[in-house]
Ligand binder design. Sequence first.
Ligand code: AMP
Length: 284
Amino acid sequence: MKIIRSITEMQAVSKTHKSQGETVALVPTMGYLHKGHASLMRHAKENADVVIVSLFVNPTQFAQGEDFDSYPQDFERDKAVTEEIGVNYLFMPIASEMYPDGYNSSVVVSGISKKFEGSTRPTHFNGVAAVVAKLFNACLPDIAVFGQKDYQQTLVIKRFTRDLNFPVEIVVAPTKREKDGLAMSSRNVYLSEQECEDATILFKSLTKASEAIKAGERSRMVINNIMLDSLNSIDKINPDYACAADADTFDEPEEFARGQRIVLMIAVYLGKTRLIDNTVITLP
Ligand code: AMP
C-alpha cells in the first residue's frame, strides 16, 4: 500500500490506473478506523480494481465547540487496517493544500442539508459537500462508498454529485453494529462502559418504531413519539431529534403511504458525545 499526500500525485496515479482500463474506488474517512470503515473498504475492493482510502479530518465540517481538536487518531492502527484489507492507496492530503490561503469556495446543497442534522449543525453539510467534492477531484474515482450510518450525508452527497455532474457512482453500504446493536463509530471511544450500554437505546428505539410500522402504524407523529418515549426511558440520554421522513426527499407528511420508503433518524447527546443512528423501512 502506498501513502500519498500530494493532490497532484494522487490525480496522476488515478489517471494512470484508469488509462490502463482499471476502475478506481474511493472510501473517504476521517480515520480512527473500525469495522464499519473496513466493511466499506471490502465493498470497494469487490467492486473496483483499485481502492483508495482517504484519511483527512476535515476542519470545515466541525463547528466551533465541536470535537475537531480532540478527534481520535491512530495512524499506525489505520495503516495496519487498510494494509490488511488490501487497500492500494492511503490518501492523506495536507490541510494547507486542501485549504490554501484565500480558499473561498463552497458547495451548498439547499433543502435536504437544512433539516435534522442541518438544523443543529448548520454549517456541517457545507463542509462535507465541499471536502467530498475536493476528494473526488483529487482521487478521480469511478465509484465512492459511504456508510448508511450517516444517512443524511449520503443524500447530500448523492444530490450534489448528480446536480454538479460528478462522474462518480455513489454506493451506500449498511451500518455495522456491535452485537448489542450500537452502531460502530469513531466517537464511541468517548463513551464510558455505562454510556455504551445506555447508547444501545438508539437502536432499540429504531427497532420499536420499525415494529410499530410493520404492525400498520402510518402517523408520522406517532412514529416520532415512539422513538422519543423510548429514548427518554434512559435518564442520561438527551434527544436532539427523532424523526421519520421520506427516505429520498425528506418530506414529512402527516401520514406515510403504503409502499413508501421512509427513514427513521435519531440524534442524541450522551454526556458531551453526540450520537446518530437510522434505519430505512418500506411501509407494508
Ligand atoms: P467517518 O470516518 O466517521 O467520517 O466515516 C467514514 C465513512 O464510514 C462514512 O461514509 C461513514 O458513513 C462510514 N461509517 C461510519 N460508521 C459506520 C458504520 N458503523 N458502518 C458502516 N459505515 C460506517
